[in-house]
Ligand binder design. Structure first.
Ligand code: ZN
Ligand code: ZN
Ligand code: FE
Length: 763
C-alpha cells in the first residue's frame, strides 16, 4: 500500500504526542496503528513524550492521527498532538526506534500506579499460563509506576525493577512490539521476577513464594494480623468479620474510633457490604481503585469495630495480583488499613516495616520489589453526582491537574495537615500524593523527598516557592530556611479559592465561600468561615462568621465540649444556660479563662462552629480523629426542608458579619425542648445553607460577580455540599466545586502555586 501511493498523494508527518504517553503501551499501540493503515516510519520516546514520523497516503495519515487520540491505550492521557509535514524518507517499514533524549526540560508525565488489568487477571487465573497465580504479573496497561520510578526517562534501569534481570522469555516479550509487555518496565515472571516471603514478628522466614501467600491467607482466616507489602506502602490486614481481631488491631494501632477501610474480594462481595449505585461501581472498578465511601448495609456481617458511630464505610477492590491471590483463599473481606501507628505515614521499606510494625502485626508478608515513593490509598466519595477526593494518592497522583494557562515554574509547599506539594510546570499542576501531617517526623521526611523527587524528574527549578502565611507550619519553615529560594506567603483561604478556580479552568474573579477548620488570617486571628472576593492574584475578605472565643486555643479542638462552652459563654453574655451536656463536665476552669480572656484566641472557623453545635446538642464531646464531631453531626442530618434557625447579617466597616449568637441561642432552646440530634442537625444545616446563599446574594449585589467557588474541609460534608450547591444554583449562581483535588487542605499547594505564578507574571 505504501508503494501504491503516488508522490503527490503521499506525505510524511512528524508528530509529537504529549501527556501520559510513556510506560502505558503507547509505542506498541502506534506501531499497531501504522500496520493497520499500511504506513511506514518510526516511533520513539523522547523527553517531551512520543515522537512519530509517519509516511503514506494523505487520507490514511489523517485517519491515523484521529485514531491516535480516539483509540489510545487505557492508561494514556494525551494533552497535545502537534503534527507538521516533513520531506519524504521513502522508508518501507514502520519501526519502534531507540529512545531519543536530549537535554531539554522534561515535559513528559509519569503515570500513576494502576490496578491489575483484565487481560493480566485472566492469565493469572489460567493454570496453563506461565504466570498462573504469579503475584507480580503486569503489562503496559497495568501495574506499578509512580511508586517504582526513580528518575526519567522511564526505563527499566530507572525503576526499582533494575535489580531483576529478565529471563529470555520475558525479554522476548519486552522486545516484541506486538506484545502486550513491549517495554513494560516492571515485566517479570516466576523465573526472573520478585517473590514473596512470609516472616514472623521477629523477622524469621517462615515461607517463600506462593506458599507464603497460602499460609498468609490461612493466618488471616484464623484472625491473625498481617502486615502486607502493597504498591505504595504496607497495609495492616485482618479478617473484617472477626470482631475480636479488629478490636485487637485498633488497640495495637492506637486508633480508637476512626473508621477502617475494607477490601472486598470482588464487586459481588462489595455489593453485600454497602449500597452501591452504578456510578459508584464504575469508581470502585476503575483502574485507580480508590477507597470509596458508601452507605453500609445493615446486615453486612462486618465487625462493629470496623466503622463505629458513622454511616459510611470505606470499601475498595483488590488492585494488585497479590491481593487477588490472598483473597482467593482467605477471608473475602479484609480490613486493610495503612501500615503505621496512628498519624505516622505508611511504612514502605521491608526493614522499616519490621521495625515499626513489629508490635502491630503478628506476621509479615513481604516481597523484594522496592517501593521508591510512598503513596497511600486514595479516599473518594460521590457527592452531587461527582467524584470528590478526601485523600488523593495511589492511582491518581501524580496525574497532573490540567490548568488553562502556562507560565513560569512554581512550587507550592502546601499546608501543615493533609499536606501535599504541587509543582506547577507549563499547564500541568503536578499535585503530589497525600503526604500527611507534617508535625510527624516521617511525614516531614516524605515531604522533603517528594519535593526533591518531583523537581528532579521534571528537571524543574521553581522560580518561586509559595508557602502558607502561618509562620509555624513546617512547610513554611522549610521554604524560609533556604536563603536561596525566592518565596511568597499566601493566605490559607485565598489558596483554597485559587485551587478551586484552577481545577475548574477559571481565573476569577469569584465569590469564594471557604468553610474550613483552621487557617491563619491576616490580623493574627484564626479564620475558617469566610466569604472572599478574589481571583488567582488577590482576594479580599468580604464576609465572615462572627468571631467566637476558643478557650485554651488549638488544644480545645480535641475537646469540642470546651468549644461549646466558649460559644455559649459568648452567646449568653458570660452566663451558661442550663444544658444537659454540661452535667458531664467541669466547665468552671473554662469559664475562668473566658472571663479573663486568657489564652482564648478568637476564630471565625466554620469547623469550630460544627464542633460547638455537636457538643452542646449531646453529640461528640471529645474526638479521637480530626473532624469526628462534625462528621458525626452531619451524618445525622436528613431533612433539607427543616426549619432554619435565625441568623443575622450585619455590615460594619465594609465587611459583612454573619452573627451566630442568635443561632446558638435558638439551638440551646431547641435542645431544652428535647429536640432530637437528627432534627437539630438538619435545622443547623439548612441554616448554614440559608446563611451562605443570602450572604452570596448580598456579595453579588455589591460586586456583580455571579460565580461562586466552594472550598475548605467543611465541604467534605455531603449533606451541606449537596444542599448549598442546590440553593446557590436555584439563586442563579454558577457554582464551582472541587472534583479533581480535595476540598480540604490537600488542595492548598495547587492554589499557592497558581497564585505564585500569577504574581510572577504580573511583576
Ligand atoms: Zn495488565
Ligand atoms: Zn521472566
Ligand atoms: Fe484549609
Amino acid at each position: 500500500m505504501v508503494g501504491s501511493a503516488t508522490p503527490e498523494t503521499k506525505q510524511r508527518h512528524k508528530i509529537l504526542v504529549r501527556g501520559i504517553v510513556q510506560g502505558v503501551g503507547f509505542r506498541p499501540f502506534v506501531y499497531g496503528l501504522a500496520q493497520e493503515f499500511g504506513l511506514s516510519g518510526r516511533v520513539a520516546n523522547n523527553i517531551d513524550g512520543v515522537e512519530i514520523e509517519v509516511e503514506g497516503p494523505i487520507i490514511a495519515l489523517a485517519t491515523f492521527i484521529k485514531a491516535l487520540k480516539d483509540k489510545a491505550p487505557p492508561l494514556a492521557l494525551i494533552t497535545d498532538i502537534i503534527a507538521h509535514s516533513i520531506s519524504l524518507a521513502n522508508d518501507r517499514t514502520f519501526v519502534i526506534a531507540a529512545s531519543l533524549f536530549n537535554n531539554n526540560i522534561a515535559t513528559t508525565l509519569i503515570p500513576p500506579d494502576m490496578a491489575t488489568c483484565a487481560a493480566c487477571l485472566a492469565e493469572f487465573l489460567d493454570p496453563a499460563d506461565r504466570r498462573y497465580r504469579y503475584p507480580f504479573i503486569n503489562c503496559t496497561n497495568c501495574g506499578p509506576r509512580y511508586t517504582i520510578i526513580t528518575a526519567l526517562p522511564y526505563d527499566r534501569a530507572t525503576t526499582t525493577m533494575a535489580y531483576f534481570n529478565m529471563c529470555p522469555t520475558c525479554r522476548s516479550e519486552y522486545d516484541n512490539p506486538a506484545s502486550r509487555r513491549y517495554h513494560a518496565e516492571p515485566n517479570a515472571c516466576p523465573t526472573c521476577g520478585p517473590e514473596l516471603s512470609l516472616h514472623d514478628a521477629n523477622g524469621s522466614l517462615l515461607a517463600k513464594g506462593n506458599n507464603a501467600a497460602t499460609v498468609a491467607s490461612a493466618l488471616l482466616t484464623e484472625g491473625r494480623i498481617l502486615a502486607i507489602k502493597g504498591l505504595g506502602g504496607f497495609h495492616l490486614a485482618v479478617d473484617a468479620r472477626n470482631e475480636e481481631a479488629v478490636q485487637q488491631l485498633r488497640r495495637r494501632k492506637g486508633r480508637a474510633e476512626k473508621p477502617l477501610a475494607v477490601m472486598a474480594a470482588d464487586l459481588a462481595a462489595a455489593r453485600l457490604l454497602c449500597s452501591l449505585d452504578p456510578q459508584d461501581e464504575i469508581i470502585l472498578t476503575s483502574a485507580p481503585r480508590p477507597i470509596l465511601l458508601a452507605g453500609p448495609r445493615v446486615d453486612n456481617g462486618l465487625a462493629a469495630a470496623v466503622a463505629p458511630g458513622i454511616n459510611l464505610l470505606g470499601v475498595m477492590l483488590p488492585y494488585t495480583p497479590l491481593h487477588h491471590l490472598l483473597m482467593q483463599n482467605g477471608p473475602n473481606v479484609l480490613v486493610m488499613t495503612s501500615g503505621n501507628i496512628s498519624d505516622e505515614p505508611i511504612a514502605t521499606d521491608n526493614q522499616d516495616a519490621l521495625n515499626r510494625l513489629s508490635g502491630l502485626a503478628d506476621f509479615f508478608l513481604l516481597h523484594n520489589r522496592d517501593i521508591y515513593l510512598r503513596n497511600d490509598d486514595s479516599v473518594v466519595i460521590r457527592i452531587a453526582d461527582k467524584l470528590r477526593f478526601f485523600r488523593r494518592g495511589r492511582g491518581y497522583a501524580p496525574t497532573p491537574i490540567f490548568i488553562s494557562q502556562g507560565g513560569p515554574t512554581v512550587l507550592g509547599v502546601g499546608a501543615e495537615i493533609k499536606n501535599t506539594v504541587c509543582l506547577l510546570t507549563g499547564k500541568h499542576g503536578v499535585l503530589s500524593q497525600h503526604v500527611g501531617d507534617l508535625e510527624n517526623l516521617a511525614a516531614y521526611q516524605t515531604f522533603k523527598t517528594t519535593i526533591k523527587h518531583l523537581t528532579d524528574i521534571f528537571q524543574a527549578e521553581p522560580e518561586l516557592v509559595v508557602h502558607d502565611l502561618h509562620p509555624g507550619y513546617l512547610s513554611t519553615r522549610w521554604a524560609l530556611e533556604d536563603q536561596n529560594l525566592n518565596t511568597l506567603a499566601v493566605q490559607h483561604h485565598h489558596a483554597h479559592l485559587a485551587a478551586c478556580l484552577a481545577e475548574n479552568h477559571e481565573t476569577g474573579p469569584a465569590i469564594g465561600i471557604i468553610l474550613d477548620g483552621t487557617g491563619y488570617g491576616t490580623e493574627n486571628t484564626i479564620w475558617g468561615g469566610e466569604i472572599l472576593i478574589g481571583d488567582c492574584r488577590e482576594a479580599k475578605r468580604y464576609a465572615h462568621l462572627e468571631p467566637m472565643p476558643l478557650p485554651g486555643g488549638e488544644a480545645a479542638i480535641r475537646e469540642p465540649w470546651r468549644i461549646a462552652v466558649g460559644y455559649l459563654f459568648s452567646a449568653y453574655d458570660g452566663k451558661l444556660p442550663d444544658l444537659p451536656f454540661l452535667a458531664q463536665h467541669a466547665p468552671d476552669p473554662i469559664l475562668a479563662i473566658l472571663k479573663k480572656e486568657l489564652n482564648c484566641p478568637i476564630t471565625s472557623s466554620c469547623g469550630r462552629l460544627f464542633d460547638a453545635v455537636a457538643a452542646m446538642a449531646g453529640g461528640r464531646q471529645r474526638i479521637s480523629y480530626e473532624g469526628q464531631a462534625a462528621i458525626e453531626l452531619s451524618e445525622k442530618a436528613n431533612d433539607y426542608m427543616a426549619l432554619p434557625y435565625p441568623f443575622d447579617l450585619e455590615t460594619g466597616n465594609g465587611i459583612l458579619i454573619i452573627g451566630i449568637k442568635a443561632l446558638i441561642r435558638a439551638i440551646a432552646d431547641d435542645i431544652r425542648a428535647s429536640s432530637t440530634l437528627s432534627k437539630i442537625s438538619s435545622r443547623f444545616h439548612t441554616t448554614l445553607m440559608g446563611i451562605f446563599t443570602e450572604a452570596a446574594k448580598r456579595t453579588r449585589s455589591a460586586t456583580a460577580i455571579n460565580t461562586v467557588a466552594l472550598s475548605g474541609g467543611v465541604f467534605q460534608n455531603r449533606f451541606l455540599l449537596t444542599g448549598l450547591v442546590t440553593s446557590l444554583t436555584a439563586a442563579g449562581f454558577r457554582v464551582l466545586t472541587h472534583s479533581q483535588t480535595p476540598a480540604n487542605d490537600g488542595c492548598i499547594a495547587l492554589g499557592q502555586a497558581v497564585i505564585g505564578r500569577t504574581m510572577l507574571k504580573q511583576n
